[in-house]
Ligand binder design. Structure first.
Ligand SMILES: Cc1cc2nc3c(=O)[nH]c(=O)nc-3n(C[C@H](O)[C@H](O)[C@H](O)COP(=O)(O)O)c2cc1C
Length: 355
């Protein structure tokens, strides 16, 4: 599909997507500012309850009438995985002590929230629904389709892209190795999905006929232009938006990004149990050599939540998950609308050809 047709389908002016970023980063203010500036704003809904999805979407709708994307985790929820939590509890105890928290306790996991979250998405009816970590069931895909919601899936390999196309997605986010935060990988080990963004875009472009949204390490217009030259129809940027004043990025996290003089990101399971890219910090270092003690996702994520919340409150970047992509040193501190305008201008200057 030519990009101009894809843009018409999305209903946005620019082929620029502000990535969904779960955990309170993609505030209604950020999402709406991006939408109003001509990009596609995305609400990261993975950690929200159905009521919060309704509430945040209502807030977004009060601020913009442009198309909006809501994103969820459509898989990877291992509730019954058996593992011994004791080594991790004792490793965490020191971090809790350092932060003045009581000793950690193993939380009990609720059932996978995805079905009820998806129900809320179907009810609020955003123009676009994107997902990662898997593929919703054919019934769920049908419901989205019937409600006129465009479904966009995430692939980290060509094989995953093929499955997404078969499932009937309207577009595929090609998440390259440079990308910040969790790997979306749902087939095979993550190590075999570490494909550089431009190579992945080229590969997926050649293998499927749906539009491709490049994602991973894209920070400015020339980066986006290169992704277009590789065959992308749009670009999804996450780290680039973390310093926007509208983003919900905690202060210590912002400071860590601003202080990054080199790419010190690593892929770690330390915070959530799922491989994710973030700035190396004290907690990641503490768990090095103890990888076997890390619990599966989402148990590790739930277990480290009190530590991360306390660290955010205290401004201690050592115990926060500082998710960021490999372009982190080039993040700009600009209001979202200005960032969108600059990206669009730079893209054009860099000769991005939008067919
Ligand atoms: C802080 C952060 C949180 C993220 N959370 C989500 C999420 O909830 N859902 C999702 O599909 N992708 C999520 N991503 C990944 C983005 O969709 C995208 O692939 C990534 O940001 C691209 O790499 P970049 O950060 O270098 O731009 C997140 C990325 C970051 C940086």
């Amino acid at each position: 599909m030519p990009t101009s047709d894809f843009l018409k389908r999305l209903g946005t002016r620019y082929p620029i997507v502000q990535a969904p970023m779960g955990g309170g980063l993609t505030t209604p203010e950020l999402v709406a500012a991006v939408c109003n500036a001509g990009g596609l704003g995305s609400l990261g809904g993975a950690y929200l309850t159905p009521a919060q999805i309704h509430d945040e979407f209502r807030q977004i709708r009060a601020l913009t009438n442009k198309p909006v994307n809501i994103n969820l985790f459509a898989g990877g929820y291992e509730r019954d995985a058996v593992s011994n939590p004791r080594p991790m509890l004792s490793l965490l105890a020191a971090a809790h002590e350092a932060l003045g928290l009581p000793a950690p306790v193993l939380p009990s996991l609720p059932p996978d929230p995805f079905p009820s979250q998806l129900e809320a998405v179907v009810e609020v009816r955003p123009e676009i629904f994107s997902f990662t970590f898997g593929i919703p069931s054919p019934e769920a895909m049908n419901r989205l389709h019937q409600r006129g919601i465009l479904a966009v899936g995430t692939a980290t390999t060509i094989e995953e892209a093929g499955l997404l196309e078969k499932a009937g997605v309207a577009a595929i986010v090609a998440q390259g190795a440079e990308a910040g935060a969790h790997r979306g990988t749902f087939l095979g080990p993550f190590e075999s999905s570490m494909i550089p963004t431009l190579d992945l875009v080229r590969g997926i472009r050649g293998a499927v006929s749906v539009p491709v949204i490049a994602s991973g390490g894209l920070m400015d217009g020339p980066d986006i232009a290169r992704a277009f030259a590789a065959g992308a129809n749009a670009a999804q940027l996450g780290t680039a938006f973390l310093l926007c004043p509208e983003a919900g990025t905690p202060r210590a996290y912002r400071q860590a990004i601003l202080a990054a003089r080199a790419d010190t990101t690593v892929i770690t399971r330390a915070f959530s149990g799922r491989p994710a890219r973030g700035l190396r910090n004290a907690f990641i270092e503490k768990l090095e050599g103890n990888e076997d003690s890390i619990l599966p996702y989402p148990l590790q994520n739930a277990l480290t939540r009190p530590m991360r919340a306390a660290a955010a409150m205290k401004g201690d970047a050592g115990y926060l998950s500082l998710w960021a992509g490999q372009g982190v040193t080039r993040a700009r501190c600009l209001p979202a609308a200005e960032l969108i305008e600059r990206l669009a201008m730079e893209m054009e200057e860099a000769g991005a050809r939008i067919q």
